[in-house]
Design a protein around this ligand. Structure first.
Ligand SMILES: O=C(O)CCC(=O)C(=O)O
Length: 279
């Protein structure tokens, strides 16, 4: 019997200081992924801007007149593919957000996720970062429809919060896409495990698209873009360098695994539950 397959492309690009160079690099990698047959093409967190608080405000764009969004929309239309535009610094009413946009094959924005959990950590002898010094947080979780299945969208640190993934899965997401940029402290420690555990506890595919390591940048992205199956297998995983993952995602596998190991059905919803508290 014919299986229900979709082909994804993860573009692990090396983000540089110059916005224009980043846009051209994104275009090059998107086109390569498209030529290799990907239907849904994903970019990393802050793909047009160095991941550094001193750049976010200056690089931020307003959705209404964003050159970056227009640029990506045109590419999506040209190649007739879905593009998940990693994230960009987005401004509105004097606030700056870390925002991911999803485009359909006609270049329309079909979803927008503002990072819900801001990355404020201070690890002794390791990484310190405080997004909340300059960024504001979003207040929505994000699921969008495609011709293949529903897809959940979150950004980097959001993956550490299992309630967010569970809400997306309860809304029908079969795939959770996470544009990200872990670092050389928490990357080796937690990156793979987080993608595996979110895949396992929700029986979905998890996809993490990271920036490549740029040793000249103030923040050293860990890379290691990854796809994990609903069984918890790592299907594909890059290392530190720029590159592309192209992979076929077998959507039938989700129901097969859920039938054999009915985890979601076995939940004790009389004892606990995740509550959607949006207004
Ligand atoms: O959770 C982590 O360790 C990394 C998160 C991060 O880098 C981010 O949210 O941008």
């Amino acid at each position: 019997m014919r299986r229900y397959i979709m082909k994804v492309g993860l573009c692990q690009m090396k983000v540089q200081e110059e916005k224009k160079k980043n846009l051209l690099k994104a275009k090059q990698l998107i086109n390569e992924a498209s030529e290799l047959g990907a239907d849904i093409i994903i970019l990393p967190e802050m793909f047009n801007c160095p991941y550094d608080n001193t750049f976010f405000e200056e690089y931020s764009e307003n959705e209404k007149n964003s050159k970056t969004l227009k640029f990506i929309s045109n590419i999506a239309q040209e190649i007739s593919k879905y593009i998940i535009a990693g994230s960009i610094p987005e401004n509105e009413d004097g606030k700056v957000y870390n925002t991911s946009y999803a485009f359909d094959r006609e270049g329309n924005i079909i979803a927008k996720h503002r990072k819900v959990h801001l990355f404020d950590i201070d690890v002794k002898g390791g990484v310190t970062f405080k997004e909340s010094d300059v960024l504001s947080r979003g207040n929505e979780y994000t699921v969008f429809e495609t011709e293949y299945c529903k897809i959940g969208l979150q950004i980097c640190y959001d993956i550490r919060f299992p309630e967010l993934s569970r809400l997306m899965v309860e809304e029908g997401a079969k795939l959770i896409i996470t544009p990200a940029s872990f670092n050389m402290t928490t990357g080796p420690a937690h990156w793979k495990d987080l993608f595996k555990v979110r895949a396992l506890d929700n029986q979905v595919y998890t996809l993490g698209c990271s920036g490549a390591l740029n040793k000249e940048a103030s923040y050293n992205s860990y890379g290691h873009s990854i796809i994990v199956s609903p069984w918890g297998d790592i299907i594909n995983n890059l290392e530190f360098e720029e590159g592309i993952i192209i992979e076929e995602i077998d959507l039938d596998k989700i129901n097969e695994i859920r039938e054999q190991l009915p985890l979601l059905k076995h939940r004790r919803l009389d004892l606990y539950g995740v509550v959607d508290k949006r207004d």
